[in-house]
Design a protein around this ligand. Structure first.
Ligand code: NAD
Length: 267
């Protein structure tokens, strides 16, 4: 039987990719999507919104119109997601949260809600990126003590923050594995007479250019050899496909708080 899914924020950049990914997924049935009341896409065909032709399902401004869905996928904004959690809790619905940027306190609110519903908080739903975190842990355990560790990331010219959340998470995974405090060992950019590299440091380098969707590399370098672990995203569909995988997994999960490492069986 197919899992019935609704997409919250379906007219956004991610929302449109999510519609396409849901329609193409064999085990998922797309039953609806939400837009803002002020949106010019109210009561608009979801397929047309995604540019894949009409599918006979219309957008809605009211979550109560989407009660048929079992799993909700939310890529909206922090405020909207926090409202949506309340609604999902009241209506016993599972929620995949792709929205990013929650404060520690807001994450606690999400964790609290997960007592009454299944929730995945997934700031990066790319399967490859989440697998990369596991590879970094394995690599850091094996050679992190004696190699120089540097992280490189590149994104499009419109990105406002640096380094990317994913690059910081890469550093965090490596630092945690090696028992280092990232706040103390991170070096964000170098200029001038910097002196020799300090052994414990984890360096970050950033490029912003053109339409790069997202590239991340971790270097583990020694004298005579260097291991590089790289992930390259070439389209937003990678995040949408990962979100579908998360929604399918969550449809069979008990109430609780999960992340993509749970979805991929990497814990
Ligand atoms: P976007 O601004 O293009 O889309 C967000 C959409 O949500 C907009 O269409 C907006 O109108 C809609 N929305 C907001 N409030 C709403 C409400 N109350 N009801 C209905 N619709 C509402 O942004 P985007 O690039 O699609 O990103 C959305 C979020 O997803 C951001 O937080 C972004 O950082 C995050 N994101 C996560 C991943 C991931 O892998 N998890 C990947 C890309 C983006």
């Amino acid at each position: 039987m197919k899992v019935k899914v609704a997409i919250l924020g379906c007219s956004g950049r991610m929302g449109r990719n999510l519609i396409q990914a849901a329609v193409e997924h064999q085990s998922i049935k797309l039953v609806g999507g939400s837009v803002r009341e002020s949106s010019s896409f109210v009561n608009f065909d979801l397929g047309e919104l995604a540019g894949i032709g009409a599918i006979g399902q219309k957008t809605s401004t009211q979550l109560n119109d989407l009660l048929d869905a079992d799993v909700f996928i939310d890529f909206t904004s922090i405020e909207t997601t926090l409202e949506n959690i309340n609604w999902c809790q009241q209506h016993n619905k599972a929620l995949v949260i792709g929205t990013t940027g929650f404060s520690a306190e807001q994450v606690k609110v999400i964790e609290q809600a997960s007592n009454n519903m299944p929730v995945i908080l997934a700031p990066n739903t790319s399967v490859g990126v989440n697998l990369m975190f596991k590879l970094l842990e394995i690599t850091a355990k094996a050679i992190g003590d004696y190699t120089d560790i540097e992280i490189f990331e590149a994104h499009h010219r419109f990105k406002k923050d640096a380094p990317s959340g994913t690059a910081v998470k890469m550093g965090q995974v490596i630092a945690d594995t090696l028992g280092r405090d990232l706040n103390k060992v991170a070096v964000y950019g170098r200029e001038g007479i910097t002196g020799e590299r300090k052994k414990e440091t984890i360096g970050f380098a950033t490029v912003r250019a053109g339409d790069i969707v997202g590239e991340h590399t971790a270097f583990f370098a020694d004298i005579g050899e260097r291991l590089e672990i790289t992930h390259r995203a070439s389209s937003r569909m990678t995040f949408a496909l990962g979100a579908m995988r998360a929604a399918f997994w969550l449809s069979e999960a008990d109430n609780g708080y999960y992340d993509m490492q749970d979805v991929l069986g990497l814990k």
